[in-house]
Every structure is written in structure tokens, then in C-alpha cells.
Design a protein around this ligand. Structure first.
Ligand code: UDP
Length: 261
């Protein structure tokens, strides 16, 4: 498959065309952004880890019947995905209240929710991805009611599966963000899971110590983001000692090269 021209560049990923018009290549960058792009950095090795972790989670989800855009991982930073029309909504799923919701509603940080809470945000960087109600989705025709009903069912299954998967490796799934896209399959309009699922888009706390193993290490200047993401990958069983060393070495090597330039 030939890699074609760049179609889109986002904050953490780049999408390239391929010789097949139904498929694109998703490239994971090392760029980290937070607070609506006000805080930016490059964290070497982050894209490699997110590519592997997202591949692992999405392929496990497809095994339980959650259709998603992943076709296959190509290399350290790239995967082939199905081209979809992204629904312009970020679906935030919360099991424990932390982050923006605690400030917005004055909820105590760490409050365990009785049921998973789904929030909707409009995908619009210029507006700072504002929180919206489902009535806004229908009023402005960002998605149909049947589509949101389907998405909600998929979200609850994804959440159940991911809570169990992470619990098994000593990690609490606090919250995460999902995106969905429209695709014609055998002439029928379908909704499939898209984007990525990684420590960039989830909050993951160690079950015993509550240590943050996610992008909050960057947001809150806690440091050691690569060791935390590596820990998640290792516990998921996708990084063996050898490849772990090579991710760290690639990271170290490129920073040494930078310094000596
Ligand atoms: N999230 C994300 N992308 C976004 C906004 C949120 O991946 O643009 C994820 C975030 O990593 C967290 C969850 O969604 O796991 C809930 O985020 P919250 O609304 O608390 O965001 P904050 O404003 O605290 O970053």
C-alpha cells in the first residue's frame, strides 16, 4: 500500500491518504498538548507507545464485536485505518469524577459514580470543545437520535470491557474520551469506533497507589510520562523487556542527537 499526501494534521496525529480510497494511514506524533492547546511539548517516544496501546485496545474491542476503524498496525508509529466521516462530538465517559467536571460542578475529586456518566462535547478547538446537551446534537443536526442511541450502547459495552481489562492489570479506568465515525458497510450506514484509545485519552490510576499513569503527568507537570505509559504497555503485555528497552533507547538516542547538534 502506498502512502499518499497528508490529508489532515491534528494535535497528536497526522492522517495520510493511501492508494486505496477507503483506507488512510494514521501517524502518531510525539506532540503533547493540553488546556486547549495552551500548553505544548514534544515527548519523545509517546507516539510509539500510543500506537501500540491503541492497537491493542481496539483489536481487543473488535474481538468482542465493537466495530472500529483499525485495519492493522504498519510500524512503530503508523496504522492503517478505515476512512470514516467523524461525528463532530467527543464522548466523555466517566466512572470517577476528576478533571474538568470537579471544577465545573464543584464535585469532590475522586468521587466514584454509581453509573457511568456520558458527557458530550462539540469537537471544535476554536470554541474550546464546549460541553453540550444531546438536545443541541439534534437541534443542530450534528448526529441523528438513532445514531446517538447506537453510540451510547457501544460506549457502555466498551466501558465495561475496558474497566475489566484494566482492573485485571491493577489499573482503575477513571474516565476517557471516544470518537465515532460513519461508514457504509455493504451499502448500509454504520457507526464505528474511531480515533485512538491510549493514556493520552484515558485517565488511568494504579489500583493500589492511585499513581497517575496517563496524560495528567503532562497536564499537571508530574514528569515521567514515558515510564508511566511504558508501565501501562508492559502490564497490558504488549511490551516485552526487549522492546521496552528499544523504545527507551530510541528516545534516549534521539535526545542525545538533539543535544549534540
Ligand atoms: N479527553 C481527551 N481529549 C479531550 C478532552 C478530554 O482525550 O479533548 C479525555 C481526558 O484525557 C480524560 C477525559 O477525556 O481522560 C475527561 O477529560 P476532562 O473533561 O476531565 O478534561 P480536562 O479538561 O480535565 O483535560
Amino acid at each position: 500500500m502506498k502512502k499518499g499526501k497528508k490529508l489532515y494534521e491534528g494535535k497528536a496525529k497526522i492522517i495520510y491518504a493511501t492508494s486505496d480510497k477507503e483506507l488512510v494511514i494514521q501517524y502518531f506524533k510525539d506532540d503533547a498538548t493540553a488546556f486547549n492547546n495552551q500548553k505544548k511539548s514534544v515527548i519523545e517516544g509517546k507516539g510509539v507507545l500510543n500506537n501500540r496501546i491503541s492497537e491493542h485496545i481496539l483489536s481487543n474491542l473488535s474481538q468482542i464485536g465493537i466495530q472500529n476503524h483499525l485495519v492493522k498496525r504498519l510500524n512503530m508509529r503508523e496504522q492503517v485505518i478505515k476512512l470514516v466521516e467523524i461525528i463532530p462530538i467527543e464522548f466523555i465517559v466517566r466512572n470517577v469524577a476528576t478533571g474538568s467536571i470537579t471544577k465545573r460542578l464543584g464535585i469532590e475529586d475522586g468521587t466514584v459514580l454509581k453509573e457511568p456518566l456520558i458527557e458530550y462535547c462539540l469537537k471544535d478547538d476554536a470554541l474550546g470543545d464546549p460541553l453540550i446537551a444531546d438536545e443541541h446534537i439534534y437541534a443542530f443536526e450534528w448526529a441523528k437520535k438513532e445514531e446517538i442511541e447506537k453510540v451510547k450502547k457501544m460506549i457502555l459495552r466498551i466501558n465495561d470491557f475496558m474497566i475489566g481489562m484494566f482492573r485485571g492489570i491493577g489499573i482503575k479506568l477513571i474516565d476517557f474520551k471516544l470518537e465515532f465515525g460513519r461508514l457504509k458497510i455493504n451499502g448500509k450506514d454504520e457507526i464505528i469506533l474511531a480515533d485512538e484509545i491510549s493514556p493520552d485519552t484515558c485517565r488511568l490510576w494504579d489500583s493500589i497507589t492511585d499513581k497517575k499513569l496517563d496524560k495528567d503527568r503532562f497536564r499537571k507537570d508530574l514528569g515521567d510520562l514515558i515510564p508511566a505509559y511504558t508501565e501501562v504497555a508492559k502490564r497490558l503485555g504488549i511490551l516485552h523487556e526487549q522492546s521496552n528497552v528499544s523504545v527507551v533507547n530510541v528516545t534516549k538516542l534521539s535526545s542525545i542527537k538533539k543535544k549534540t547538534r
